[in-house]
Structures are given as C-alpha cells and as structure tokens.
Design a protein around this ligand. Structure first.
Ligand code: PEP
Length: 255
C-alpha cells in the first residue's frame, strides 16, 4: 500500500452480527472504495465474519481485524493469531482501541501486538487518545506516553507498517457536533507528529500516517480533513451506514 494515499478505515465493532448484513455492507463499501482515486479503504468486521471476505479482498478495499494476539504459540484459548488473520486476507489490525484499553489492555501489550503484527507483514493501526481534556494539559502527557510505549521495539524501518489513529475517548460514539473541532484536531495532530519526529527523526516521523477517529460523519468529514491535517479517518458508527460511509470516503478523496 503506497504511503502517500489517504486512508479510511471502517471499524464495524459488533454493530454487524449477521453474515447477510455483513455481505451487503461490504459490497456497498467496496463500490464506494472503487470510486475513490486517492484513498485506500479498509473495513474491519468482527473476527467470526472475516472469512466471508477472504476471497474478495482487492486493491480497492482491504480487510482489517479489530485485534490480534501478541503471541503465535498455540496454547492460548480464545485468541486470534496473526497467521489465521493473514490467511483470511487481513492486511490491517486495529490495536489498543479505547474499548480494549478500558477492558485492561495496556500500551505495553499494544507494543507486543504491534511487533507481532508487523513481523508477520501486516499494518498496525495503533489507537491512542485521552479520556478527557483537562485544563492543565495532562491529556498531552497521556497521549505522549501512549504513543511512546505502544511503539516500544518498533524501529525506523518498520514505521511504514504503522498507522496512528488518534481517537479522543470523549468524542467516540457521539454525533458530528460533539466531535473534536478541526482547529483542535490540527493542534493535536501537530503534537503527535512532533512526538514521532522526536522518536524517529524528521522524515520518517512525519511520514507516519495519522488518522482521526471520534464521531466522524458525512457532516464533519470535509472540515476535519481540510483543517485537521490528518491523513484520513478511523470511522465507527458511520461506517456501518453505507450512505454515510460512501460520503465520508468521497470527502476524504476530495480533500
Ligand atoms: C471508534 O470507536 O473507533 C470510533 C471512531 O467510533 P465512532 O466513529 O462511532 O465515534
């Protein structure tokens, strides 16, 4: 996947349970993705549904998983290995989503998963984001430590397989008018890039793609793209509404 293309990732979470619905939504997302010239599209169904699309991954639409286990040894009940995911055509894996972090996932665990995912040829989509914006700027410390710790063990040559998804937890699962404003997003994106530059140097650090996630809808997609200086979006609830997702992809492609 060329680094310069913009990226839209649909996180279906558990919104879609039935194979029938999943196939319909995948088909609609694929059509929307085909119309995009400068944007890659990835959709992430829940793990039991991934196999439905194993033979239908193409250059216009890619398949992502919502998590992967950090180890490849067989003695782990209930996990999904990178081998199994890769054999189903998965190319991207969401890691450290706030809903996983809320259930106990640490940045240390995210770094182990990131290393495994990249080692096996997949792209790690590392989610970071503060729970709230406090007046003293503690959220910047949270953000910085999540980024640094999640990227432990990731050397410069591996960076091409890393995407950072900035998802402020307070903005997730709401509506466009409660999302982050484009100007605040712009400031935060610069902060994230600054951390990446301090870790990896100017060129490699600025080349890492940074996405925004948190109540992106067709209403706010264009302004967040234009002013927010992000490389695309990680979309939750609006990615399971075919019309909304199509409009978001079109906005990103146009920006
Ligand atoms: C998410 O949880 O990854 C997300 C971005 O959700 P939503 O778009 O629903 O805020």
């Amino acid at each position: 996947m060329a680094q310069t293309k913009k990226l839209v990732i649909g996180n279906w979470k558990l919104y879609i349970d039935s194979p029938k619905e999943a196939k319909e939504l995948y088909r609609a997302s694929q059509n929307a993705a085909r119309a995009a010239r400068r944007t890659h599209v990835v959709v992430c169904p829940q793990t039991p549904l991934l196999g439905l699309f194993a033979s239908n991954v193409s250059s216009s639409i890619r398949l992502g998983a919502q998590d992967a286990f950090w180890d490849v040894e067989p003695k782990h009940t209930g996990a999904s290995s990178v081998y199994a995911l890769r054999s189903l055509g998965v190319s991207h894996v969401i890691l450290g989503h706030s809903e996983m972090r809320a259930a106990g996932e640490t940045s240390h665990l995210v770094s182990l998963k990131t290393q495994t995912v990249i080692k096996h040829g997949l792209t790690a989509v590392i989610c970071v984001g503060e729970n709230e914006r406090d007046m003293r700027g503690g959220y910047l410390t949270t953000l910085e430590s999540q980024i640094r710790e999640s990227l432990t063990g990731i050397t410069r040559p591996k960076l091409a397989s890393v995407v950072i998804a900035y998802e402020p937890v307070w903005a997730i699962g709401k509506s466009a008018d409660q999302a982050m404003t484009p100007s605040t997003l712009h400031e935060t994106t610069l902060f994230i890039k600054k951390i990446l530059v301090s870790m990896y140097g100017r060129k490699p650090g600025t080349a890492v793609r940074v996405l925004y996630g948190g109540s992106v809808e067709s209403k706010n997609a264009a302004s967040l793209m234009q002013e927010g200086t992000v490389d695309g979006f990680l979309v939750g609830h609006a990615s399971v509404d075919a019309k909304e997702f199509k409009a978001i992809i079109a906005s990103v492609d146009k920006a």
